[in-house]
Design a protein around this ligand. Structure first.
Ligand SMILES: CSC[C@H]1O[C@H](OP(=O)(O)O)[C@H](O)[C@@H]1O
Length: 351
């Protein structure tokens, strides 16, 4: 069967600029915005025009290319790379792929200079580095999908939270990748997608992606996950993540922790799907993961109208941390990691 993934490309490199799918407008409108400055990229990440850990890293990598392509000397070029990486790193704090991609771009630039590249060759090579980050993410996600699919069987019900699909990555996604591969192989899975308040990535993006691919998807409100599990409709949970700490604690979209606790209460396996670029061995535990807090209006005016009294106090953390004891396995492009996570995650990087 042909590829099941028919989704839209979230980040397109177009001859020195990024054509970016504005995910705030989905599923009603498909609009690509031209990003021609590092500021355009910063704002696109900050305001969730592009979102999802790998997609954020890819966009930021191209932002460094854009910011440095006008340099007149190699010294100016290297300075522009370093300055833009520092600037773009301030766009959002939680997804480690942002920092992973920026660090990779800076290291590549240092290497090109050390190898004596001409200015033109430096610029070309850095562009190729950003393109490689995007292309490698696509291959990585396919591998994650294969490992994840090995955990699922015909007619299983699988619940997911937020959007860890093609729109959050270069293609296929992480948590959603197995659903596309299952579809290609004629394996029927029933997906339950949490709408994922307040920004509704599940309703607007996951349901949209999976429906487009002909995957059996049922949209539920976040507060319905427990009931759906109690009915025996869910055989497994799979989610993406923005940062896995060295001990296996998982930062992901707000509401993930609640889903993990419910899954444990119902004896349902809880899987986290991510590339190695989302595993941060430099962050010891989930307690050290910075949790982004976002504007009140995402909650009080998220549906285009005021849904709360003016001036009411609001708390709007965009992520929560699921302690490793709730995580059945972490599915990566190198295989499925289980506890003890501290030891087994480190081994992953030694392979
Ligand atoms: C494959 S990473 C997807 C990850 O990113 C989402 O957060 P946001 O939409 O705020 O960027 C969410 O945590 C997803 O699990």
């Amino acid at each position: 069967m042909s590829e099941a993934y028919v989704g839209l490309e979230s980040v397109k490199w177009n001859n020195g600029q990024v054509d970016l799918l504005d995910q705030r407008l989905l599923p009603e409108e498909v609009v690509y915005l031209p990003l021609t400055t590092q500021k355009d990229v910063w704002e696109a990440i900050r305001h969730l025009k592009v979102r999802g850990a790998p997609a954020i890293g890819i966009a930021a990598a191209y932002g460094v290319v854009i910011a440095s392509q006008q340099a007149a000397t190699t010294e100016e070029w290297l300075d522009a790379v370093q300055q833009s990486a520092q600037y773009l790193a301030t766009s959002r704090p939680t997804a480690v792929n942002l920092f992973w991609a920026l660090d990779r771009m800076k290291a590549a630039a240092d290497q090109f200079i050390a190898q004596g590249f001409s200015l033109a060759d430096c610029k070309k090579a850095l562009e190729q580095e950003a393109i490689a980050i995007q292309q490698q993410d696509e291959q990585t996600n396919r591998a994650i999908g294969e490992y994840a699919l090995s955990l699922f069987k015909e007619d299983m019900g699988v619940l997911t939270h937020c959007n860890a699909g093609g729109l959050a990555t270069a293609k296929y996604g992480t948590a959603l990748a197995p659903f596309y591969i299952a579809k290609e192989r004629g394996i029927n899975l029933r997906v339950y997608a949490d709408e994922t308040r307040p920004v509704l990535q599940g309703a607007r993006l996951t349901a949209f992606e999976l429906q487009q691919a002909g995957v059996d998807v049922t949209l539920i409100c976040d507060n319905m996950a427990g009931m759906v599990m109690s009915k025996g409709w869910v055989d497994a949970v799979i989610v993406g993540t923005d940062r896995v700490a060295a001990n296996g604690d998982v930062a992901n979209k707000i509401g993930t922790y609640s889903v993990a606790v419910l899954a444990k209460a119902h004896g349902i396996p809880f899987y986290v799907a991510c590339p190695l670029s989302t595993i941060d061995l430099n962050t010891p535990t989930g307690a050290e993961i910075p949790i982004e807090e976002r504007p009140d209006e995402e909650i009080t005016e998220g549906f285009g109208k005021r849904t709360a009294p003016k001036g009411v106090k609001v708390y709007n953390p965009a992520f929560d941390v699921t302690p490793n004891e709730y995580v059945t396995g972490i599915i990566t492009e190198k295989g499925i990691v289980t506890a003890p996570y501290e030891e087994n995650l480190r081994k992953l990087f030694e392979q």
